[in-house]
Design a protein around this ligand. Structure first.
Ligand SMILES: CC(C)(COP(=O)(O)OP(=O)(O)OC[C@H]1O[C@@H](n2cnc3c(N)ncnc32)[C@H](O)[C@@H]1OP(=O)(O)O)[C@@H](O)C(=O)NCCC(=O)NCCS
Length: 148
């Protein structure tokens, strides 16, 4: 999968990921997984469907998102991150468009995510507040943070 829109390219090729950069974003800068170990981050990447956003001209990675899925019924979208210097240029929206387009043909029963403040981004791609949150339960783990 390779989607190019203007100056941004989205790819799901794991070989293209700049893993050092992704680790800096998620472990160093994110509000949900700060301090996560490199080993845990690598395991998560290796076992997920990962999407990278790249400068079309230089190939520099400027964004990342991770989808945990059985590719049949369910997907969990997480670790959505755009480099601070590249924010506000539709990188996040390009990532979301590519992810939704890639997952749509699977006919999933549902796709979930948690966010502290980016509801307005995800709402543009069909996400909505849970209608029956009382039906859902969570078993918190050691990495649990306010936004999961
Ligand atoms: C959130 C984030 C991924 C957005 O990426 P971006 O490339 O800067 O965003 P885009 O330029 O594609 O535009 C995002 C759109 O969502 C909207 N939005 C809603 N909540 C937002 C938020 N918390 N942050 C950024 N944009 C938000 C913007 O207003 C914009 O709307 P528009 O269609 O009117 O332009 C990026 O700011 C980021 O990485 N932030 C730090 C990490 C983070 O919070 N990740 C999300 C965790 S759930």
């Amino acid at each position: 999968m390779d989607v190019v829109a203007d100056d941004i390219r989205i790819s799901d090729d794991p070989a293209e990921l700049d893993r050092d950069r992704v680790f800096q974003w998620i472990s160093g800068e994110s509000y949900w997984a700060k301090g996560v170990s490199r080993e845990k981050q690598e395991t998560a990447i290796d076992n997920s469907w990962c999407f990278g956003a790249y400068e079309a001209a230089s190939g520099e990675q400027i964004g990342f998102a991770r989808v945990v899925t059985d590719r049949a019924t369910f997907a969990w979208l997480c670790d959505v991150f755009v480099d601070e210097a590249a924010r506000g240029r539709s990188v996040g929206k390009s990532l979301m468009s590519a992810i939704v387009a890639a997952l749509e043909p699977l006919g999933l029963r549902r796709m979930l995510l948690a966010t502290a403040d980016a509801h307005g981004l995800y709402a543009q791609y069909g996400f909505e507040p849970m209608t029956s949150p009382e039906r859902w339960m969570v078993r918190p783990g050691v990495l649990e943070t306010p936004a999961g």
